[in-house]
Design a protein around this ligand. Structure first.
Ligand SMILES: [Zn+2]
Ligand SMILES: [Zn+2]
Ligand SMILES: [Zn+2]
Length: 575
């Protein structure tokens, strides 16, 4: 599916300079440690402060490698025992070894002694160490001792003029003696996964920084630094100046992601960032940007939903007809029709336009669209689409289109007879939509319900069966969806999305009301601060921008719901 890129990125750099905040401007992006957009928490080794995002066994990369080595040894290793031992070892590694002389808390430099006492020992001609340690007492220096300034270090500094213990001093000296606090903070953050952006050109770097900022502000998608690093590598190898230099199709061809691999997630980051950059360019008037295009991105118009994102007019060969269909769609969308209906309408108009092209040539003017051409289209449609339902959609769409063009006077050259009358095939009586009783018995069987892989899914299914809701309506139930009438009988308050978002009510049995109350309690356990939804997303993130999830699950398979989940029970023998 190709988005309508590329577009000239004129003015993008200036726009980015204005919107990318300083905390996202660094050449090495170290995400905030507490951000649930970039991390899922710390490594499971208690002494290890490293943050993790995607992590096997919930270990940081370093510890995971250690575990792999330990488990590969002959006889393997018990994970729980290894965790405890590794925790101890991690604590040990953090501690700077001290001077062996009793009373001295400086860091050891050589021969287990600090810098000062090693000199004393050598001046004494290196006697046997244990014996020397027993007699050489500690005497304070004339200037006294001070603590090492490195956060968390318990040793003394290596002398009155030095801020750090020997160990930290050596490391600090090697990196060019930056301000100690800054260096310590940077050191701590560099242990967490981070993203290096220093090899990107200025514009590309700002674009990726903007993408990271958008993900952070949206607070919805997990954005693992490792995945962004992968995306950054591609962007660099692509040799583009801006992500907008390439279309979505070009990026997909270049990256060729394998299904379900991290490539897919990394590509998504690039494409999402591209979309945000486009929105930045479009500014306040998305219609002015989208209308002239042959493909409208409904996301930019704030109209896209899970069903439809793009409306494509490019398959209409005649420019005048394409323009009319666009004008009609914009007017209809403005009146609030759902994008899925608009997409069906466009498909009908494309069918007519192609037929007009075949019969009167691709340059056929409006005057060529006569009632005779429409009748020949109806005849062709009858052979192309034998099923009356599919044919009826096309005919109704074109009928509505022609009627609206006429009554608005949008095309004076259109023949007066260019109308669709009662040309659609008559509607067949609907087929029954009930589920066989034996299947319903299986579905309602508590033992089968208990097999559902998630609590959310189990409650959802009970609501679908008892109240006849559509899955989308059930998934978008508000947290406080149970209301009482004047006799306090419980009702489910839900929104019928198919019928213009109308509020609807359904009486609830007491057991089902209690089931919903149980679901509310579980949601409150997850989100003590409250949540808008009865079925929040399985893995929501929360940032300062999104203190609690405000959207229901966006996955197509929430709560373990899938056809395969139930295939065994529906295929089973009659109960
Ligand atoms: Zn770790
Ligand atoms: Zn010492
Ligand atoms: Zn120290």
């Amino acid at each position: 599916m190709s988005a309508p890129w590329p577009r000239p990125a004129t003015g993008l750099l200036e726009g980015l300079v204005q919107v990318v905040r300083p905390e996202f401007r660094a050449e090495v992006f170290c995400p905030p440690k507490d951000s649930q957009v970039f991390f899922r928490g710390p490594c499971r080794i208690p002494a290890c402060p490293v943050a993790i995002s995607y992590a096997a066994r919930r270990l940081c990369e370093g510890h995971y490698q250690q575990w792999k080595q330990a488990s590969a040894r002959p006889g393997g290793a018990d994970f729980t025992a290894w965790l405890a031992a590794e925790d101890q070892r991690t604590r040990q590694r953090e501690v700077v070894a001290g001077c062996a002389l009793e009373g001295c808390n400086r860091a050891a430099k050589s021969h287990r002694l600090c810098h000062r006492h090693a000199e004393h020992w050598m001046r004494a001609c290196r006697p046997e160490l244990a014996g020397w340690l027993a007699v050489a007492g500690y005497t304070p220096t004339w200037a006294g001792e001070r603590d090492c300034q490195f956060p968390g270090c318990a040793r003394w500094a290596d002398g009155p003029e030095i801020l750090l213990c020997r160990s930290h001093y050596e490391r600090w000296r090697r990196v060019g003696r930056p301000p100690v606090n800054q260096w310590a903070a940077q050191l701590a953050r560099l242990r967490d996964p981070h993203v290096r952006l220093d090899r990107l050109g200025r514009q590309l770097r700002l674009e990726v920084q903007f993408g990271l900022q958008c993900r952070y502000d949206e607070g919805v998608k997990l954005t693992a630094p490792r995945v962004v690093t992968r995306a950054v590598g591609w962007a660099r190898r692509a040799g583009v100046v801006s992500l907008l230099d390439w279309t979505e199709r070009q990026w997909r061809q270049f990256i060729d992601p394998q299904q379900r691999s991290r490539d897919v997630v990394a590509l998504r980051f690039l494409l999402d960032t591209g979309f945000r950059l486009e929105a930045l360019l479009i500014g306040q008037d998305p219609w002015a940007d989208q209308y002239p295009r042959d493909t409208w991105d409904l996301h930019h118009l704030g109209l896209a939903n899970q069903d439809v994102r793009y409306l494509r007019f490019g398959a209409i060969p005649q420019p005048w007809l394409r323009e009319l269909v666009k004008r009609w769609c914009r007017w209809r969308l403005g009146r609030g029709i759902v994008p899925a209906t608009a997409a069906i309408d466009v498909a009908g108009c494309v069918s007519l336009a192609r037929h007009l092209g075949r019969t009167a040539g691709p340059d056929a003017p409006a005057a060529a669209l006569t009632r005779a051409v429409i009748e020949s289209w109806l005849a062709v449609l009858q052979t192309q689409r034998p099923r009356p339902e599919g044919r009826r959609h096309h005919i109704h769409s074109v009928g509505g289109f022609l009627k609206d063009v006429h009554r608005h006077g949008w095309e004076q050259a259109l023949p007066a007879g260019a109308f669709v009358y009662d040309d659609a095939p008559p509607r067949q009586p609907p087929t029954p939509r009930w589920i066989p009783e034996r299947l319903m018995r299986q579905l309602e069987d508590p033992a089968n319900l208990a097999r559902f892989p998630s609590q959310d899914g189990r409650v959802l299914l009970q609501l679908l069966m008892a109240c006849g809701l559509r899955l989308k309506d059930a998934r978008h139930l508000r947290f406080d969806c149970v209301v009482g009438d004047n006799t306090q009988a419980p009702y489910l308050a839900w929104i019928n999305h198919k019928v213009g978002g109308r509020m609807a009510f359904f009486p609830l049995s007491d057991p089902l009301a209690e089931t919903i109350a149980g679901q509310q309690r579980r949601v409150l356990d997850r989100f003590p601060g409250g949540c808008s939804w009865l079925f929040p997303a399985p893995r929501p993130t929360s940032t300062a921008a999104n203190p609690a999830p405000t959207g229901a699950s966006a996955t197509s398979s929430p709560s373990g719901w899938s056809a395969s989940t139930w295939s065994t029970s529906t295929a089973g023998p009659p109960g």
